[in-house]
Write a protein that binds this ligand. Structure first.
Ligand SMILES: O=P(O)(O)O[C@H]1O[C@H](CO)[C@@H](O)[C@H]1O
Ligand SMILES: O=c1cc[nH]c(=O)[nH]1
Length: 236
């Protein structure tokens, strides 16, 4: 047990899917995993372990933001021996060629969060996905016929940014989407020797002011869950 995860040793599979919302973790466990068992609930950050097509898989909420996912990812890796963490989240698009409901695979994650400079002083360490996880997700996206993009995302500390001009700079530098955890997850994985990938569906277009309806959100969520689970069972 850890200060934040009240699961017994061995409760988590090698691969953990992490949505921001713990209720999304519950939804995935109840609708996509077989024989899923709830393994933790501190602060209602729900975690489950079950199987998908015979392979043991866990799913646990990460909460919102770099500090929150950093705590859970660190404890999963160092206290529960988790080897692969795949974030399945949502993001806001900023450029014209990334559309609502597209899937964004974060090959890299730029950020205004300070955690990685604290971790590696004096350095802009490049926050990158694990190549094996990324390729597995690309293969699964191609099989599914998903509209997907691979590249850099922007991990923001602020959901409500006072500086709207920054979106033009992000678009200029090719950021595919804005979200709030990927760079934190990649930093933890680098520090503690695990593999990580962040994938997001586009639920908002920040510049155009577009937002998915509840029905569209559910549909895209289901597609991304299937894509992620297919990728998860294809890795070692
Ligand atoms: O849908 P999730 O995974 O929570 O991801 C996005 O949504 C939250 C903000 O609404 C942030 O956590 C952001 O990264
Ligand atoms: O961080 C996020 C997540 C979804 N949509 C946004 O606009 N920002």
């Amino acid at each position: 047990m850890t200060p934040h995860i009240n699961a017994p040793a061995g409760a988590f599979a090698d691969t953990v899917l992490m949505p921001g919302d713990p209720l999304r973790a519950k939804y995935i466990a109840e609708n996509f995993l077989e024989d899923a068992v709830q393994v933790c609930d501190v602060r209602n950050m729900l975690g489950y372990t079950g199987t998908y097509q015979g392979k043991r898989i866990s799913v646990m909420g990460s909460g919102m933001g770099v500090p929150s996912i950093s705590i859970y990812a660190k404890e999963l890796i160092t206290e529960y021996g988790v080897k692969n963490i795949i974030r399945i989240g949502s993001c806001g698009a900023i450029s014209d060629n990334v559309k609502m409901m597209d899937v964004v695979l974060a090959m890299g994650a730029s950020t205004d969060s300070g955690v990685n400079r604290t971790r590696f002083p004096g350095t802009d360490y490049a926050m990158i996905a694990d190549f094996g996880l990324l390729s597995a997700a690309v293969n699964a996206a191609q099989k599914q016929g998903a509209n997907y993009h691979v590249g850099n995302v922007y991990t923001s500390d602020l959901f409500y940014s006072p500086d709207e001009s920054r979106y033009a700079t992000m678009a200029k530098y090719g950021m595919l989407g804005v979200e709030m955890e990927a760079a934190g997850l990649y930093g933890v994985a680098a520090e503690f020797g695990a593999k990580a990938l962040a994938m997001m569906t586009v639920t908002d277009h920040i510049v155009r002011g577009e937002h998915l309806t509840a029905e569209e959100r559910q549909l895209t969520l289901n597609d991304m869950i299937k894509l992620t689970l297919e990728a998860a069972i294809s890795i070692d």
